[in-house]
Design a protein around this ligand. Structure first.
Ligand SMILES: NC(=O)C1=CN([C@@H]2O[C@H](COP(=O)(O)OP(=O)(O)OC[C@H]3O[C@@H](n4cnc5c(N)ncnc54)[C@H](O)[C@@H]3O)[C@@H](O)[C@H]2O)C=CC1
Ligand SMILES: O=C(O)CCC(=O)C(=O)O
Length: 391
């Protein structure tokens, strides 16, 4: 819709590169807005937050959406967008860094070196005497287990293979695109249990949801090789932290490297917890904000859906026509009832695209003439229609 002004509420620090995609003559972007058309956020937790009824879209400038009540928004017909792959390189590089931290005892060694006192000759003497405490191991030849072969997992697997590691992965829902990108040297584990039992180093790159919570628990830790290393740049909840601490204390697990500090981990000398910086590079922040801002803008202006986690991709090229975007339940006769309402208002359809995804569907309809308010209300009142909007 030309000259529309949309209000965007931001939580967290959204990179300027993305905000520039929302020109100020058409978008009011603010961290304080009572009636936003869309919300842009990173890790802010929206669970339990009552969002205003004006909200039409939510954009997560990142990958994980466990901080967003996606099912609740689906029932309101609100698409949740994310930025698949946009920060994957940043996380993959940090995961490789995490492996090196563990393999070469870098944090403990650096701590020791920074604590040395005396003149340089004395420091040199203490270094040569003390360094035997920090003997590590090389990555080449070790087996890396990768759980979750999506955007991040595949990049970690390929980088590890290039470092001479043997890579084994498990992902029952790997996409064809990810499979094309994965190094042909990577082996396929038969199950999570098989994967964890084969790994010298296990790295987790799965989303946190009801199926993946506590994936690494006492039983799985017991299957791991004695002295193995666990990396978690996914989410705190995909491991059972108490079980990880117990495995560190028994010595069965040698090191736990993660992006999620906690009081329990602070008391573990062989746990290294970074402050959720996996995606904290300028490049990743820009990529995520640009991708999600463009997607939210296209939805607000044209009703197009691209990279939503709860609705299908539905994209129609935009002409001069009036456009109607309808989110509905994926049940019979939705398009039938909608087109009857349009026909009875004497509205001629120029183009129509309807796609479904699981329990939900989305319909874009281009019309020759404006939709009267009562027709829009009639469509909204159809059982199964979740939201309807003219753009
Ligand atoms: N530390 C940080 O700052 C960041 C953390 N993340 C976390 O990493 C996760 C993965 O990110 P991406 O690779 O970009 O997502 P992605 O969606 O490209 O890949 C996730 C993969 O996990 C697989 N998967 C899901 N459940 C599984 C299971 N039970 N067993 C094995 N595989 C399973 C999926 O099939 C998919 O291929 C995000 O959901 C997020 O939680 C992502 C970006 C930054
Ligand atoms: O925005 C961030 O820094 C967190 C990134 C993240 O965890 C994700 O993209 O899933």
């Amino acid at each position: 819709m030309a000259n529309a002004t949309f209000k965007i509420l931001t939580y967290n620090n959204i990179s300027q590169a993305g905000l520039k995609k929302l020109p100020s003559d058409q978008f009011h972007v603010s961290s304080d807005c009572a009636d936003p058309d869309a919300i842009l956020l990173r890790s802010f937790d929206l669970h339990g937050v009552a969002i205003p009824p004006t909200v039409k879209a939510v954009g997560r400038a990142g990958a994980g959406v466990n901080n967003i009540p996606v099912a609740e928004y689906s029932d309101l017909g609100i698409p949740v967008f994310n930025a698949p792959g946009a920060n994957s390189n940043a996380v993959a590089e940090l995961a490789i860094g995490g492996m090196l931290l563990a393999a070469r005892n870098i944090c403990a060694g650096w701590d020791f070196a920074r604590g040395l006192e005396g003149d340089d000759e004395s420091i040199h003497h203490q270094v040569e005497k003390g360094k035997k405490r920090f003997v590590g191991f090389e990555l080449a030849g070790k087996t890396l287990g990768v759980l979750g072969l999506g955007a991040i997992g595949v990049k970690v697997a390929n980088a590890a293979a290039a470092l001479g590691m043997k890579v084994v992965g498990f992902d029952p829902s790997m996409t064809v695109e990810a499979a094309w990108q994965l190094s042909s040297s990577a082996a396929r584990a038969a199950s999570v249990d098989d994967l964890v039992s084969r790994a010298d180093i296990l790295t987790l790159h799965i989303p946190l949801n009801n199926h993946t919570r506590d994936t690494i628990n006492a039983a799985r830790l017991a299957l791991m090789k004695k002295g193995a290393t666990l990396l978690n740049f996914s989410r705190a909840g995909v491991v059972n932290e108490a079980d990880v601490c117990a495995a560190l204390e028994s010595g069965h697990l040698h090191t736990y490297i993660c992006d999620f500090p906690s009081n329990a981990l602070a008391g573990q000398p062989r746990a290294i917890a970074l402050p959720h910086i996996g995606a904290s590079t300028e490049e990743a922040e820009e990529n995520c904000s640009v991708m999600v801002a463009e997607q939210v803008r296209d939805f607000l202006e044209n009703g197009n859906i691209r990279h939503s986690v709860n609705f299908p991709d539905v994209i129609l090229p935009r002409g001069e026509s009036v456009r109607l975007g309808i989110a509905n339940r994926n049940v019979p006769n939705m398009v039938g009832q909608i087109t009857v309402a349009l026909a009875e208002a004497n509205l001629n359809i120029i183009d129509l695209l309807n796609k479904s995804r699981g329990d939900y569907a989305y319909t874009l309809i281009d019309l020759e003439s404006p939709v009267p308010a009562e027709t829009l209300e009639r469509i909204r009142a159809i059982e199964g229609v979740l939201s309807a909007r003219v753009t």
